[in-house]
Design a binder for this molecule. Structure first.
Ligand code: PLP
Length: 397
């Protein structure tokens, strides 16, 4: 039967329709322009309708869209090779989403111990506040009660410890532990970066205990923090890594990267996907990498990040009643609100700039990585106007 609202009610949607986008800007059918500092939650890494991506997608659309993974897909091998050349990884499995990249990462870790005579090692330690996706295994890994409630028994095998607590991780490791799974910078959890020292300590702990380190870089990866991957800031390497969001620049795909040793259990027939790594996705993925790997790209991210970071720090000084902290890494920034983060997102939207609410009362700023310093300053003045409005309203109450 026709429902007035035929979509699942899982989203409270913003009542603005966007019809087109270009670079850092989104436009409504009425021609109103918004500065997009949400980027589809860190997805539109190269902004909207980037000419190189449009060209790659259109050219591929005229040739071949989809092919089963029982066939060789040359662009898939090419993208995998390019990813292994610039990371710790030897092996790549392509997926359609971040959650599926995590599912692959979890299966890879468990299977590694299975084929190496330790099938009892299947448990994975995660941090409180984590977000790894919405599948049954990834909600168990994330451990957030609000995402688990009502969906039947929680998938077995995940142990959670307080965020950043290396000692607690150590105390939780048993002969059943296969891996630890962490975001170098928690995204949904409220832009909470793990310190470089903690990441290094966790790496050492994994080595000492003979367990695997899985990093979830679905949000923090592909240039977002000013390095190709956030863990590079700590000078460590994981054994397995999940990637998605920015890697597709808006085309939905993800990847699980692993060392040859960690992936040794993932032999023919053990895992699969219908769509993962299809020619359309790979054409866009290779095009995204073309741009991100250009020599000046990451320095640009760091330069603009500095402008934004300094501007936000001064807003924090001027509005201490509204902004209690500014944190994050590169162009993955969080404004921790002293009052309501959703009020700030709304006030920002009135100033025609989009941000994303996150846990811990934070507003995330995740602009396309191609954002210019001028656009960053434009964003800062809009955020300032939003804070000024909230401040005046607060004083009026
Ligand atoms: C978005 C996100 C996921 C899930 O990705 P989907 O593509 O929505 O399945 C997993 N981990 C992190 C850190 C994310 O930000």
């Amino acid at each position: 039967m026709a429902d007035a609202k035929p979509l699942y009610d899982t989203y409270n949607r913003v009542p603005i329709v966007f019809e087109r986008g270009h670079g850092v800007w989104l436009e409504t059918p009425q021609g109103e322009r918004y500065l997009d500092f949400a980027a589809g939650i860190a997805v539109n890494s190269l902004g909207h309708t980037h000419p190189h991506l449009v060209e790659a997608l259109k050219a591929q659309a005229d040739r071949l869209w989809h092919l089963s993974n029982v066939h060789e897909i040359p662009d898939q091998s090419r993208l995998a090779r390019r990813l292994t050349e610039v990371t710790f990884a030897d092996k790549v499995f392509f997926t359609n989403s971040g959650a599926e990249a995590l599912e692959c990462a979890i299966k890879t870790a468990r299977r590694h111990f299975f084929v190496n005579g330790q099938p009892e090692r299947y448990r994975i330690i995660t941090f409180e506040g984590a977000f790894h996706g919405r599948t049954l295994a990834t909600i168990a890994a994330g451990g957030q009660p609000k995402y688990l409630e009502g969906f039947g028994p929680k998938v077995e095998g995940f142990d959670q410890v307080p965020f950043g607590d290396v000692e607690a991780v150590k105390a939780t490791i048993t002969e059943e532990t296969a891996a630890i799974l962490i975001e170098p910078v928690q995204g949904e959890g409220g832009i909470r970066p793990l310190s470089n020292e903690s990441l290094r300590a966790l790496r050492e702990l994994c080595d000492a205990e003979g367990i695997l380190m899985i990093l979830d870089e679905v949000q923090s990866g592909v240039g977002r923090t000013g390095k190709l991957f956030a863990h590079e800031w700590a000078g460590i390497e994981p054994d397995i890594m999940a990637v998605a969001k920015g890697i597709g620049g808006g085309f939905p795909f993800g990847a699980c990267l692993a060392t040859a040793s960690a992936a040794d259990g993932m032999t023919a027939g053990t895992h699969g996907t219908t769509y993962g790594g299809n020619p359309l996705a790979m054409a866009v993925g290779n095009a995204v990498l073309d741009v991100i790997l250009e020599p000046g790209f990451l320095p640009h991210v760091n330069d603009v990040a500095l402008v934004l970071r300094q501007g936000l720090a001064s807003l924090k000084d001027r509005y201490p009643d509204l902004v209690s902290d500014v944190r994050g890494s590169g162009l993955m920034l969080g404004i921790k609100c002293a009052k309501s983060n959703t009020d700030l997102v709304l006030a920002m939207r009135n100033e025609h700039i989009l941000g994303v609410p996150a846990g811990d009362n934070v507003v995330r700023l995740l602009p396309p990585l191609i954002v210019t310093a001028e656009e960053a300053r434009d964003a800062l003045s809009r955020i300032e106007a939003a804070l000024e409005m909230l401040s005046r309203n607060g004083a009026a109450n």
